[in-house]
Ligand binder design. Structure first.
Ligand code: ADP
Ligand code: ADP
Ligand code: ZN
Length: 213
């Protein structure tokens, strides 16, 4: 089963992808997480990506596609995967499509998590992330058991560099310009499903499970 998570930055794609991954035993592949890991490790890829990410811009397609296709060619992806944050542009979607066609495969579900822009700003300003295991929390909506500390691994939580309000606005406009057209793209392929992302985490997850059945 191959699933793509669509939705604005902060819509809850990562939160849901993690739950789907656990329930269905599929790898959760977040291009944002892969970039952040490379930045932390100081790799060439990380150095290249950081400049774009800090500005709220997208990393160039060429670089992103190469990295993603390499990741999905790994053994743990044989039974499928959940893509979170990829594709983000039409050229990325087309590149993935071309690769899958070559392999005689296809995307089974594109799940669009819908959240209006007004709610997004609040979601992103309260987001706290674990720099070690990538778990995500929210100060108000999904607080960790102990303030400022990851439930999963005990590491201190951080605010992502690109979650500053100015950058969030920029990322939202990039989303509307470059990523939203993917909703049509997957609609035409008859794999698009929409869920109301303003509900509680568990209710969003329930709606997604109904779709994947
Ligand atoms: P969010 O969870 O808020 O949607 P991500 O962690 O998915 O953010 O992405 C953070 C940043 O990483 C993006 O703003 C962008 O700069 C870069 N990035 C992630 N995925 C992609 C992609 N598919 N194409 C281009 N840039 C990407
Ligand atoms: P994305 O991967 O789409 O950028 P995240 O999963 O990181 O989004 O969620 C963005 C923020 O909103 C995080 O702080 C997360 O804890 C919180 N969040 C996720 N889903 C919900 C929800 N259904 N209700 C309230 N807050 C949520
Ligand atoms: Zn952690």
């Amino acid at each position: 089963m191959k699933i793509i998570m669509l939705g604005a930055p902060g819509a809850g794609k990562g939160t849901q992808a993690e739950k789907i991954a656990e329930k269905y035993g599929l790898p959760h592949i977040s291009t944002g997480d892969i970039f952040r890991k490379n930045i932390k490790e100081g790799t060439e890829l990380g150095r290249e990506a950081k400049g774009y990410m800090d500005k709220g811009a997208l990393v160039p397609d060429e670089l992103t596609v190469r990295m993603l296709l390499d990741r999905v060619s790994k053994n743990d992806c044989k039974e499928g995967y959940i893509l979170d944050g990829f594709p983000r542009t039409i050229p990325q979607a087309e590149a993935l499509d071309a690769e899958l066609t070559k392999l005689g495969e296809k995307i089974d579900y594109a799940v669009d998590v819908e959240v209006p822009d007004e709610n997004i700003v609040k979601r992103m300003s309260g987001r706290r992330a674990c720099p070690k295991c990538q778990a995500t929390y929210h100060l108000e909506f999904i607080p960790p058991k102990q303030e400022g500390v990851c439930d999963e691994c005990g590491t201190g939580l951080v605010i992502r560099d690109d979650d500053k309000p100015e950058t969030v606005q920029k990322r939202l406009s990039v989303y509307h310009e470059q990523t939203q057209p993917l909703i049509d793209f997957y609609g035409k392929k008859n794999v698009l499903h929409t869920v109301d992302g303003t509900q509680d985490v568990e209710d969003v997850f329930k709606a997604i499970k109904d779709i994947l059945k």
